[in-house]
Design a protein around this ligand. Structure first.
Ligand code: ZN
Length: 136
Protein backbone atom coordinates (compact mmCIF):
# COMPACT_ATOMS: atom_id res chain seq x y z
CA UNK A 1 0.00 0.00 0.00
CA UNK A 2 1.20 3.54 -0.73
CA UNK A 3 1.82 5.39 2.52
CA UNK A 4 2.61 8.97 1.53
CA UNK A 5 4.49 11.08 -0.97
CA UNK A 6 8.08 10.50 0.09
CA UNK A 7 9.85 12.97 -2.15
CA UNK A 8 9.85 14.99 -5.33
CA UNK A 9 12.84 14.49 -7.61
CA UNK A 10 14.07 17.73 -9.15
CA UNK A 11 16.60 17.76 -12.01
CA UNK A 12 19.30 20.44 -11.80
CA UNK A 13 22.36 21.19 -13.87
CA UNK A 14 24.46 21.83 -10.78
CA UNK A 15 23.93 21.11 -7.08
CA UNK A 16 26.43 23.81 -6.18
CA UNK A 17 24.38 26.38 -8.10
CA UNK A 18 20.92 25.23 -6.99
CA UNK A 19 21.41 24.24 -3.33
CA UNK A 20 21.85 27.89 -2.22
CA UNK A 21 18.38 28.70 -3.62
CA UNK A 22 16.78 26.08 -1.34
CA UNK A 23 18.92 27.10 1.63
CA UNK A 24 19.01 30.88 1.35
CA UNK A 25 15.83 31.82 -0.54
CA UNK A 26 13.55 29.13 0.93
CA UNK A 27 15.31 28.61 4.27
CA UNK A 28 15.41 24.80 4.01
CA UNK A 29 18.34 22.81 5.36
CA UNK A 30 20.33 20.43 3.19
CA UNK A 31 20.18 17.11 5.06
CA UNK A 32 22.73 15.22 3.07
CA UNK A 33 24.42 14.80 -0.27
CA UNK A 34 25.11 11.50 -1.90
CA UNK A 35 26.29 10.09 -5.20
CA UNK A 36 24.12 7.28 -6.64
CA UNK A 37 26.22 5.35 -9.17
CA UNK A 38 23.27 3.19 -10.34
CA UNK A 39 21.50 6.32 -11.63
CA UNK A 40 24.65 8.31 -12.52
CA UNK A 41 23.59 11.23 -10.33
CA UNK A 42 24.66 13.26 -7.35
CA UNK A 43 21.80 14.11 -5.00
CA UNK A 44 21.08 16.64 -2.28
CA UNK A 45 18.13 16.12 0.08
CA UNK A 46 15.96 18.71 1.80
CA UNK A 47 13.04 18.12 4.11
CA UNK A 48 9.84 20.17 4.09
CA UNK A 49 7.31 18.74 6.53
CA UNK A 50 6.98 15.04 5.71
CA UNK A 51 8.08 15.46 2.11
CA UNK A 52 11.65 15.52 0.92
CA UNK A 53 13.07 17.26 -2.10
CA UNK A 54 15.71 15.27 -3.95
CA UNK A 55 17.86 17.46 -6.18
CA UNK A 56 19.50 15.41 -8.93
CA UNK A 57 22.62 16.45 -10.84
CA UNK A 58 23.89 14.16 -13.63
CA UNK A 59 27.40 12.73 -13.31
CA UNK A 60 27.50 11.42 -16.90
CA UNK A 61 25.90 12.27 -20.27
CA UNK A 62 24.24 8.82 -20.09
CA UNK A 63 22.45 9.70 -16.86
CA UNK A 64 18.64 9.78 -17.16
CA UNK A 65 18.91 13.25 -15.62
CA UNK A 66 21.26 14.44 -18.39
CA UNK A 67 18.66 13.30 -20.94
CA UNK A 68 15.92 15.13 -19.03
CA UNK A 69 18.03 18.31 -18.99
CA UNK A 70 18.51 18.10 -22.78
CA UNK A 71 14.72 18.42 -23.11
CA UNK A 72 14.30 20.77 -20.16
CA UNK A 73 17.39 23.00 -20.10
CA UNK A 74 16.29 24.89 -16.98
CA UNK A 75 15.75 21.69 -15.04
CA UNK A 76 12.45 21.02 -13.30
CA UNK A 77 10.37 18.42 -11.51
CA UNK A 78 11.59 15.03 -12.72
CA UNK A 79 9.63 12.47 -10.68
CA UNK A 80 7.27 11.90 -7.79
CA UNK A 81 8.09 9.16 -5.28
CA UNK A 82 5.59 7.28 -3.16
CA UNK A 83 6.66 5.49 0.00
CA UNK A 84 5.40 1.94 0.27
CA UNK A 85 6.03 -1.03 2.52
CA UNK A 86 5.89 -3.39 -0.48
CA UNK A 87 7.59 -2.30 -3.70
CA UNK A 88 7.20 -5.69 -5.38
CA UNK A 89 3.49 -5.75 -4.57
CA UNK A 90 3.05 -2.22 -5.96
CA UNK A 91 4.93 -3.16 -9.14
CA UNK A 92 2.71 -6.24 -9.55
CA UNK A 93 -0.42 -4.17 -9.00
CA UNK A 94 0.70 -1.55 -11.56
CA UNK A 95 1.77 -4.06 -14.19
CA UNK A 96 -1.45 -6.00 -13.63
CA UNK A 97 -3.31 -2.77 -14.42
CA UNK A 98 -1.45 -2.55 -17.73
CA UNK A 99 1.19 -0.01 -16.68
CA UNK A 100 4.62 -0.25 -18.28
CA UNK A 101 7.43 -0.67 -15.74
CA UNK A 102 10.93 0.74 -16.18
CA UNK A 103 12.20 -1.67 -13.52
CA UNK A 104 10.73 -5.12 -12.92
CA UNK A 105 12.74 -5.42 -9.70
CA UNK A 106 13.58 -2.82 -7.03
CA UNK A 107 17.20 -1.64 -6.92
CA UNK A 108 19.33 0.40 -4.58
CA UNK A 109 18.59 4.14 -4.81
CA UNK A 110 19.64 7.14 -2.73
CA UNK A 111 19.15 7.52 1.03
CA UNK A 112 19.48 3.80 1.76
CA UNK A 113 16.26 2.94 -0.05
CA UNK A 114 15.10 0.42 -2.58
CA UNK A 115 13.42 2.04 -5.54
CA UNK A 116 11.67 1.18 -8.83
CA UNK A 117 10.08 3.34 -11.50
CA UNK A 118 6.94 3.22 -13.66
CA UNK A 119 7.24 4.42 -17.25
CA UNK A 120 5.90 7.97 -17.77
CA UNK A 121 4.32 6.94 -21.08
CA UNK A 122 1.89 4.80 -19.06
CA UNK A 123 1.42 7.24 -16.18
CA UNK A 124 0.14 10.32 -18.01
CA UNK A 125 3.56 11.96 -18.15
CA UNK A 126 4.49 11.62 -14.48
CA UNK A 127 7.62 9.56 -13.90
CA UNK A 128 6.56 7.61 -10.81
CA UNK A 129 8.87 6.03 -8.24
CA UNK A 130 8.08 3.58 -5.46
CA UNK A 131 10.53 3.58 -2.59
CA UNK A 132 10.95 1.63 0.63
CA UNK A 133 13.61 1.47 3.34
CA UNK A 134 16.26 -1.10 2.41
CA UNK A 135 16.01 -3.08 5.64
CA UNK A 136 12.40 -4.12 4.93
ZN1 ZN B 1 13.60 9.69 -6.24
Amino acid sequence: MLQKIDHLGIAVKSLDESVPYYEKALGLKCEHREEVPSQKVRTAFFQCGEVHLELLEPTSPESPIAKFLEKNPNGGIHHIAFATDDISGQLKQASGAGIKLIHEQPFEGAANKLVAFLHPKSTFGVLTEFCAPKNQ
